[in-house]
Design a protein around this ligand. Structure first.
Ligand code: C2E
Ligand code: MG
Ligand code: MG
Ligand code: MG
Length: 289
């Protein structure tokens, strides 16, 4: 058990305390240190227009680079960061990186597309959240219309009444808003319609088997139809094969992202991709023909 006294927390661990808990505690402090030492980085996964193969933006994905272990993916540390306020600091840092990168790309290409940033519930609930993100965007001269905030369906539905006011304010700033991992939560359609959402991202678990499983094909088709009917853009995530791409092309889906087009990349490589596209030498365009 842990005992709280005078603002300090004294924890007593029994020998039976499970290893997983100890590992978590260690990871938490390592993560905090890594963050303070600037060992996190942001990679970008391009999003493509399904009809033309044109790169229309990217999603920012945070990584943790450990000298001994290589790159650790967010599923292994975001949940740990979510347990503390660290997720708020990391999230804000990611937005800062994205705005700085965006300003850099903007010097070389007319339009770097729209970049989406994942948002945690804790960040959204931060009292001065809107002022803080406005200050970051303003500091780098990045227009809010160049950014999209991704909020998972589960986060959105946690307290719809409270969230809708926040989202309305973000939308009023000019930010685009996307529902992430759509299909894995429990949205009521009436609630969905009340949010100022411009983009629906279909969770990759539904996309995985679309080319072989008729049920998944139906689910994805239904989500695309619903999203388009509600005047939203629809993104399919987790596209790994040409068969999945071909199936999605039979639907009215707007955008795709996934490993079929390579791993998420550094800021420099994303700029190279934009430049290659401007030259007509981008290598994935042919996949869309
Ligand atoms: P997400 O927002 O749904 O991001 C998509 C995830 O799917 C990314 O995993 C991406 O690398 C992965 N992915 C993309 N294409 C494919 C594919 O074709 N096949 C498969 N199997 N996977 C694919 P990643 O980078 O490991 O991120 C996992 C999750 O961590 C993200 O899911 C997001 O919820 C969260 N996350 C990432 N960056 C941030 C961040 O800056 N802040 C917050 N709060 N969460 C983040
Ligand atoms: Mg996302
Ligand atoms: Mg997702
Ligand atoms: Mg996800």
């Amino acid at each position: 058990h842990a005992k709280k006294a005078g603002g300090n927390v004294f924890a007593y661990y029994s020998p039976e305390m499970n290893e997983a808990a100890v590992e978590r505690l260690m990871t938490k402090s390592k993560l905090k240190r890594a963050f303070e030492r600037d060992e996190l980085l942001v990679h970008y996964q391009p999003k493509y227009n399904l009809a033309t193969g044109e790169v229309i933006g990217a999603e920012a994905l945070v990584r943790w680079e450990l000298p001994e272990r290589g790159i650790i993916l967010p599923s292994d540390f975001i949940p740990i960061a979510e347990e503390t306020n660290l997720i708020v600091e990391i999230g804000e840092w990611v937005l800062d990186r994205v705005c700085e990168d965006f300003r850099y790309w903007q010097r070389s290409v007319p339009s770097p597309g729209r970049v989406s940033v994942n948002l945690s519930l804790k960040q959204l609930r931060q009292a001065n959240f809107i002022n803080r993100i406005s200050a970051i965007m303003r500091g780098y001269g990045v227009s809010p219309t160049s950014l999209e905030l991704e909020i998972t369906e589960t986060t959105l539905m946690e307290n719809p009444a409270r969230t809708i006011k926040l989202l309305d304010e973000l939308y009023a700033l000019g930010l685009h808003l996307a529902i992430d991992d759509f299909g894995t939560g429990y949205s009521s359609l009436s609630a969905l319609q009340q949010f100022p959402i411009s983009t629906l991202k279909i969770d990759k678990s539904f996309v995985r088997d679309i080319a072989v499983n008729p049920d998944d094909a139906t689910i994805v088709g239904t989500i695309v139809h619903m999203g388009r009917s509600l005047k939203m853009d629809v993104v399919a995530e987790g596209v790994e094969t040409e068969e999945q791409l071909a199936f999605l092309q039979t639907l009215d889906c707007n955008y795709v992202q996934g490993l079929l087009f390579g791993d998420p990349m550094s800021s420099d490589n994303y700029l190279e991709l934009l430049l290659a596209q401007a030259d007509g030498t981008d290598k994935y365009r042919a996949l869309f023909a």
